[in-house]
Design a protein around this ligand. Structure first.
Ligand code: ATP
Ligand code: MG
Length: 249
């Protein structure tokens, strides 16, 4: 760290890249994760690398949905563990959610490294690393078809920051409510999720924690009202229009 001058116009974006590269060297992140981040960056550039009004709305709905859930689970992959481990742990505490390591490119060693990093940031329990609780989602052709019976398997609401479209569709088929964080409003994940936060995880997670903390002090009626009045499709369309307008300028 420290190689990037704070005066560089892309200072924050470069700092995040460095963090991912460190995560790569530490065995948390795979090369494919670096490429996926690049795809995200391109969309973030168009958004002006800031949290939009639409993303704020989705974040509020996401917080409400997590707080109302009976068995909320936060799915964590390498990029998430590298970039926002403390926020994941904080969110799990506020929302009383379980944390599950769930990898597209799975290996026992990487799962263990990710779980260890989360524990170092205060996680009491990290699911997804024990073979005996492992079960499979049919029709998903990657290691990510594996889910923990005690975690995502039993969840009613799943937060999937950075998920692949196949898996999101499979989670929906299993009857889960899905909250996605994805900078690409056109991805299958973004379109299939019940709540889509089109925002960079490095901004989205801190904001989600803040919202969840504030809303947890209010009433359940208020939470239900937030979800009722949220329209994910309309919100995605508005985000897409915003991107088009920024490109036209
Ligand atoms: P899908 O499978 O949903 O159609 P995809 O194949 O384009 O999407 P994947 O590689 O499966 O993309 O998933 C990675 C997604 O994560 C991409 O859509 C990318 O925009 C998004 N992404 C990557 N890094 C970030 C980040 N830091 N914050 C938010 N989103 C990100
Ligand atoms: Mg994909």
């Amino acid at each position: 760290m420290g190689k990037v001058s704070p005066r560089h116009p892309r200072a924050e974006s470069l700092r995040v890249r460095e963090q991912l590269v460190e995560g790569f060297k530490a065995g948390l992140v795979v090369p494919e994760g670096l490429a996926a981040h690049g795809r995200g960056e391109a969309f973030d550039y168009i958004l002006g690398e800031q949290t939009t009004k639409q993303a704020r709305r989705a974040t509020e709905a996401a917080a409400a949905m997590l707080l109302l859930a009976k068995h909320p689970v936060i799915s964590v992959n390498g990029n998430i563990a590298a970039l926002v481990p403390a926020k994941i742990v904080e969110l799990a505490k506020v929302a009383n959610a379980k944390i599950e390591v769930n990898l597209f490119h799975g290996s026992a060693r990487r799962e263990a490294a990710i779980a260890k990093r989360l524990r170092r940031h205060g996680a009491k329990e990290v699911l997804g690393t024990e073979r005996k609780f492992s079960t499979r989602i049919k029709e998903v052709h990657s290691d990510r078809r594996k889910i923990d019976r005690m975690g995502i398997g039993a969840a009613d609401v799943v937060l999937v920051p950075l998920e692949d479209g196949d898996r999101t569709e499979a989670l929906k088929r299993l009857g889960k409510r899905v909250i996605a964080i994805d900078l690409n409003p056109m991805s299958r994940t973004a379109r299939k999720a019940d709540v889509t936060m089109v925002d960079n995880i490095v901004r989205a997670l801190p904001l989600l924690v803040k919202r969840a903390k504030r809303l947890s002090r209010g009433s359940k009626t208020n939470l239900r009202e937030i979800i009722r009045s949220f329209d994910n499709k309309a919100n995605l369309r508005a985000t897409f229009r915003l991107m088009l307008n920024r490109l036209k300028k």
